[in-house]
Each structure stands twice: as C-alpha cells, then as structure tokens.
Ligand binder design. Structure first.
Ligand code: DQA
Length: 141
C-alpha cells in the first residue's frame, strides 16, 4: 500500500518555525518517524510552498489508484485556496486534511477550512501525531 503525504507552505520550516505552536522536530524527523512506525506502508512525501505545485501533485497522484490516500497539510492555503479544494474534489483518491495545530482553537481566520468539505475527514491539533493518525485512517479505508 502506498500513501502520499503532501505539505504546503512553510511546513518545510517545521522545527524552526514557532516551535511553541508547531513543535521542535523537523519535518524530516517527522516523516522518518512515520516511515519507521508504519513499515507496512510506502510513504511518499512532497512539500511545496507553491499553490500550483501542490495542485499538480494532487492531479498526478489522484487518478489510477497508485495511492490508497493522500494526507494533506495545506498550511495557510487551507484557509484561502478554492483551487486546492477544487483539485481535491476533482480527483478520485481520498484526501485526509491534517494540521499540526488545533486550527479551531487559534485565530478566527484559521477556523474556516475551504478544503474540509471535500476531504474524507480532518485531523488537527495532535502535533506530529496528526500525520500518523491520518496514515492509520487511510490504511483502514
Ligand atoms: C497548519 C495550520 C495553518 O493555519 C497554518 O497556516 C500552517 C500550519 C498546521 O499544521 O497547524 O501553516 O496547517
């Protein structure tokens, strides 16, 4: 089974960026731990700070059944990108929305997710465990 993890803007800075919110472990560490803890799954990883690149990757991965699911942390595009929401709605592969922080407990502008209605579900607020929970959910689809 293959699962694709996609991270959006600024998540490449995880570990250095506002560690009190996003934790002090780097995304390389988080993905390495995920792969170590889920050896039965092949976890591909993609990160981009560019909206169009995220959409292109969703299109590439979203047809043909290569991936059982996509775990997507769209970063701030979560709250702004109708284009990413449209891409998720367009593809056949299920997408799980993930966030390190509990977006519902933060500034009001982060309460609205444009992608939530087109995702299979949302996991937020568990730090790096959000990634693990998304992978476990996809494994059970
Ligand atoms: C985030 C939450 C977003 O509001 C924020 O813009 C991010 C990270 C999270 O993982 O908690 O960049 O998606």
């Amino acid at each position: 089974m293959k699962i694709l993890v996609i991270n959006g803007p600024n998540l490449n800075l995880t570990g250095r960026r506002q560690p009190e919110i996003y934790g002090s472990r780097t995304m390389d560490d988080i993905i390495a731990t995920l792969r170590h803890d889920c050896p039965e799954v092949t976890i591909d990883y993609f990160q981009s700070n560019c909206e169009g690149a995220i959409i292109d990757r969703l299109h590439e991965a979203g047809f043909g059944g290569e991936y059982a699911g996509i775990a997507l942390n769209a970063g701030a595009y979560t709250h702004t990108s109708l284009a990413i929401a449209d891409a998720i709605a367009a593809i056949g592969t299920p997408v799980v929305e993930i966030h390190l922080s509990n977006i519902a407990a933060r500034e009001e502008i982060r309460h609205r997710s444009l992608i939530a209605p087109v995702c299979r579900g949302t996991i937020a607020g568990f730090g790096e465990l959000s990634y693990r929970l998304a992978v476990e959910a996809i494994m059970k689809f």
